[in-house]
Ligand binder design. Sequence first.
Ligand SMILES: [Zn+2]
Length: 213
Amino acid sequence: MNLVLLGPPGSGKGTQAEHLVQKVGLAHLASGDLLRSAVAAGTELGRKTESYMKQGVLVPDEVVIGLILEALEGKSGVILDGFPRTLEQAQALEQALGQRSQTIDRVLYISVAKDELIKRLSSRWTCKQCQAPYNLQGAPPRQEGKCDRCGGELYQRADDQPHTIRKRIEVYLTQTVPLIDYYRRSNRLTEVDGVGEVAQITRAVLQAVGVEG
Ligand SMILES: [Zn+2]
């Protein structure tokens, strides 16, 4: 069984990938790790990948797909995480898998409303003096706006500010909606509500792939 795991930043996708690895025994192929391990392995595709990365350009889709096909060999199933990101990539992947009589069997989309994502992702504040991180939702400082360790002032880094996060999420959704439609049309999409207790979300994810939580 080959899965694609989709979810915006802040959806908790990484946690669910771990559960799928543990309970279903699928190999987790996160696109960043896939590229790095190919470079480390020094295969022909790995050397190609390395040269693109050194030039600071995006690794072309056909190279990433080649790495995925290599990684699939000898495995009973994988979770693709981070690829495909666009409709074009999904179509190219489908074609390449088809040539090997393989396919993407199921696509899980962990959906979380935009405002909730912004709330989750913009809750990180950092100490100006010692850089200690705080999470206003999970691990807030004892005194509002002040570092527990050094008393320094807490601030939000540019990456953590709501307007930056909103933009990041909007880019993700714009890219991903056509991809979601594509898999929905072929009856492979399961949308899982990513808001609520983690255990409950995990149960829904496992049910979607036919495993009892
Ligand atoms: Zn501090």
